[in-house]
Design a protein around this ligand. Structure first.
Ligand code: PLP
Length: 377
């Protein structure tokens, strides 16, 4: 990335050699992203993050379809456990009266059922959006199965000259660990972000299968095949391209090491009385260990863990003094008081055995301290 901040500072839209140099770098990054997704190069659009990719995908598709000859209000199917980027985009489309949205429930493990997707499909359904891996509990959703279902329905629709259903997955949490081959998954749209695979924060990509009717959501120049106007962030795009290349070549090593450490962490935490694992016990991404710790409040846990140099997250966010239970845990059937004690650890390629041992040494003491102090919530 470094040369593109200083020495190779060209604008990829210019035809002089500086510009060409930048363009060549962007195209190399695009090839790397396309390769990781088994996609065509012209099917990869660089954005600023997964949130932007999702907004472009969903708003762009609805606008792209409405521009066509479609009749009736488009219908979207998604799940109750999506990241806010999907849920808020869908709510916005509903508020503008541009789409009707079904938010599918999930089971106690956070799994969406393929038959629930099938039942929710109507004649007006144009988009199904299901995340690949849930960011709070790590559950892996049955994307390939849903892809097969949609393909089957689309074969009928095409014979009847009806619009197909387009399938989007938010692969933000999956890209570093799972096979994201868009053809195997059967997706038409896939969103990802750079910082989950060690690229900088502030760069992402959207895969758009050829022929998917997406309308640009940002007007201006013709960059990114006319789908995302604005001068490209060359160093960050180079960073994303390189990060995805490295992560995909080292995925097998990372995955087994991280899974082993994650399992050790889970086993250790579950030894502490009053703790529960959240998310699917086996269908879960290697890097997420999430729990409910009874009788404590997540934010207090985080503050104390931070004092010991341990960074963790909780599903509950304290906004305006009100503890909001996580929408994901609520959808999974957890009561607000349980959600308030949620705790999540994310592991990465550099997580060590010593760090896991340290967490397992510190955490029981912190929990005991908090349980001793706090009135039960
Ligand atoms: N989707 C999922 C599943 C995520 O975990 C995140 C971020 O953590 C996002 C979308 C949004 O990513 P970004 O903030 O880069 O837009």
């Amino acid at each position: 990335m470094l040369p593109y901040f200083e020495k190779k500072f060209g604008n990829a839209s210019e035809i002089h050699s500086w510009g060409t140099e930048a363009k060549v770098a962007i195209e190399e990054a695009r090839r790397n992203v396309a390769k990781a997704l088994a996609a065509g190069e012209k099917e990869v659009i660089f954005t600023s993050c997964a949130t932007e990719s999702i907004n472009l995908s969903h708003k762009g598709l609805i606008e792209g379809i409405v521009k066509g000859e479609r009749l009736g209000k488009p219908h979207i199917i998604t799940t109750q456990i999506e990241h806010k980027a999907v849920i808020e985009t869908c709510k916005h489309l509903e508020k503008l009266g541009r789409a009707e949205v079904t938010y599918l429930p999930v089971d106690k493990d956070g799994l969406v059922s393929v038959s629930a997707v099938e039942k929710a499909i109507r004649a007006e359904t144009v988009l199904v959006s299901v995340m690949f891996v849930n960011n709070e509990v790590g559950t892996i959703e049955p994307i390939e199965e849903i892809g097969r279902l949609i393909k089957k329905i689309n074969q009928l629709r095409i014979t009847n000259s009806q619009l197909p259903i387009y399938f989007h997955t938010d692969a933000t949490q999956a890209i570093g660990y799972l096979d994201c081959d868009v053809n195997k998954l059967g997706v038409d749209l896939l969103s990802l972000t750079g910082h989950k695979i060690y690229a900088p924060k502030g760069v992402g990509a959207l895969y758009v299968r050829r022929g998917t009717p997406i309308a640009r959501q940002q007007d201006g120049g013709g960059q990114e095949f006319g789908l995302r106007a604005g001068t490209e962030n060359v160093p960050y795009i180079v960073g994303l391209g390189e990060a995805i290349r490295i992560v995909k070549s080292q995925i097998t090593n990372h995955k087994s090491q991280i899974t082993r450490l994650r399992n050790k962490l889970i086993e250790g935490v579950l030894q502490i009385p009053g703790t529960k694992l959240t998310g699917h016990p086996t269908k879960r991404a290697p890097h997420i260990a999430s729990f409910i710790i009874e009788g404590v409040e997540g934010e207090a846990l985080l503050l104390l863990l931070n004092e010991y140099g341990i960074a963790a997250s909780t599903g509950s966010a304290c906004t305006t003094g009100d503890l909001q239970p996580s929408h994901v845990l609520t959808a999974m059937g957890y009561k607000p008081q349980e959600s308030h004690g949620s705790l999540r650890f994310s592991l990465g390629k550099d997580t060590t055995e010593e760090e896991i041992d340290y967490v397992l040494e510190v955490l029981p003491k912190i929990i005991e301290k908090l349980r001793g102090m706090a009135p039960r919530i």
